[in-house]
Design a protein around this ligand. Structure first.
Ligand SMILES: *Cc1c(COP(=O)(O)O)cnc(C)c1O
Length: 479
């Protein structure tokens, strides 16, 4: 280290001096937060002095500016809003489905006061939290009974444990799904104390494969929807109705993990035909589980519908208490399910369904309008802007092969790299997540609500124009 650097190091400002700078002292943030930011600034300065050949310490004004930025960063909530311009409708890293206006209102209404979460208002006696969605779910799906827990992984664990603990469950080798993270069917079964008995092969499983594997220890026939992959070509799996027939014959219950679970047939919109929950119920499956926040478009939840005897067993299992759903989620879920009583209402109210069904031409017109606004707001030397063909996808482990045709804005920054721009967009308020492609950041408006466009425009202008952002804050990439 050079002598001049050593000298500079000795001149690093003391924490108390930084905290005493007028603009810092008058900032309303809690003292402990400001102190932490000041310590970070000193550490940053030290590192910069050690790595730079030579340099000068910033002036007091510069120090105050940098410190205020750090303080503001620390004042922002850690969990905050993101404008999803990635073109992936359901992304677990981005919190999956945005909620409908009705669901948001239901949350506010229930959150700000007390509720009848577990009180029967008619009799004044103890009620049950399942009662709020029980009838709706039965009406929508045709099932005899319903329950709901924290998420679908929990629903699968609970149902497996309640129905088959200590026994064997038969699963096709083509359906041993990994959902990402730690959710793998074989592991969940092990956690539930259920022995996995694999049947068939990866590409083909026949009814006779299940049949010949049934023995005295068999407690369950399990079907798992291959939500996030497809086995195509020379392949075969056993239909729900056939499996139900086999289960009946041997007195063995049949369960299906539907993954995303759809209540509407979306094939009229050119989307692939997926089995709906209603069809699975009609096939006679004893227990079905699916997610609340995938294609259903509601809050994170694990929905369980099926035969009364099986649902009773599940509701009364001790694990149900550990996995129980909270009142805010329940409020949002009830409002979301309510919209499904009318197909048109659901397509209109539920954001995920709206995004899914947005015609490419409408998306193009919106994107063109937005592009014109952006051109007007931005000096021409900042970026090259154009509209390019780009597909969106569903994500969240649903409709894995489906591409939603459309377009995206390609922003090619001229004063910084595309990666740098993407980082600044993520660091903005609100944060913006796009997709990097070559030298451009692609922004797909399919998942941007119309009333988010102005915020997006401002965030883009800010990220393109801000010369330097001190103290890079780089959250993990979302691919
Ligand atoms: C997504 C998925 C799950 C997990 O659901 P979560 O709601 O994320 O807990 C389980 N099984 C299948 C088949 C899935 O697609």
């Amino acid at each position: 280290m050079s002598e001049s650097s050593q000298q500079l190091l000795r001149q690093l400002p003391a924490i108390d001096r930084l905290l005493g700078l007028a603009a810092v002292a008058s900032h309303p943030a809690p003292h402990v937060l400001k102190r932490g930011a000041a310590q970070q600034l000193v550490a940053d300065l030290r590192r910069q002095l050690l790595t730079a050949a030579a340099g000068a310490l910033p002036t007091d004004n510069e120090l105050a500016d940098r410190l205020l930025r750090l303080i503001d960063q620390r004042c922002r909530p850690s969990l905050r809003r993101v404008l999803n311009a990635s073109g992936t409708l359901l992304h677990t890293n981005l919190g999956r489905a945005p909620l409908s206006a009705q669901a948001l209102q239901a949350i506010t209404e229930v959150a700000k006061g007390y509720s009848n979460l577990e009180l029967d208002l008619t009799s004044g006696t103890r009620g049950h939290r399942y009662s709020h969605i029980d009838q709706l779910l039965c009406q929508l799906t045709g099932a005899e009974a319903a329950a709901v827990v924290n998420n679908n992984a929990g629903a699968v664990l609970l149902a497996l444990t309640a129905l088959a603990q200590g026994r064997e469950a038969l699963v096709s080798r083509g359906e041993l799904v990994e959902i990402g993270g730690a959710f793998r069917i074989p592991d969940v079964m092990e956690a539930g104390g259920v022995r996995l008995r694999e049947v068939g092969t990866t590409n083909k499983t026949h009814l006779r494969d299940y049949q010949s594997a049934i023995g005295e220890h068999t407690g369950l026939l399990l079907k798992v929807h291959t939500s996030n992959y497809r086995i195509v070509g020379f392949s075969q799996s056993v239909e729900a109705t056939e499996l139900v027939g086999l289960g009946r014959q041997h007195g063995i219950p049949v369960m299906e993990d539907l993954g995303s679970g759809m209540l509407l047939d979306l094939s009229p919109f050119g989307l692939p035909r997926e089995p709906t929950v209603q069809e699975a119920v009609a096939a006679g499956i004893d227990v079905l589980t699916f997610s609340g926040d995938k294609l259903l478009g509601g809050p994170q939840a694990g929905l369980i519908v099926g035969k009364r005897w099986a649902i009773d067993k599940i509701r009364h299992h001790p694990l149900a208490r550990a996995l129980r759903i909270d009142k805010l989620t329940l409020a949002a879920l009830e409002a979301t399910l309510f919209a499904y009583l009318d197909r048109e209402q659901a397509l209109h109210d539920i954001p995920v369904l709206r995004m899914l069904n947005l015609p490419a031409e409408q998306l193009r017109q919106r994107s063109q309008r937005f592009l014109r606004r952006l051109r007007r707001s931005l000096p021409a030397d900042q970026a090259r802007l154009q509209l390019v063909e780009a597909c969106a996808c569903v994500g969240g482990g649903a409709l894995p092969l489906t591409e939603l045709p459309g377009c995206a804005l390609a922003l090619q920054p001229l004063q910084q790299s595309a990666a740098e721009l993407a980082r600044r967009l993520r660091d903005g308020t609100p944060a913006v997540v796009g997709r990097l492609q070559d030298a451009a950041v692609l922004l797909n408006l399919r998942c941007i609500a119309v009333d988010e466009e102005t915020a997006l425009l401002q965030a883009l202008c800010q990220a393109l124009q801000s010369a330097t952002v001190a103290n890079a804050f780089a959250p993990t990439d979302v691919s």
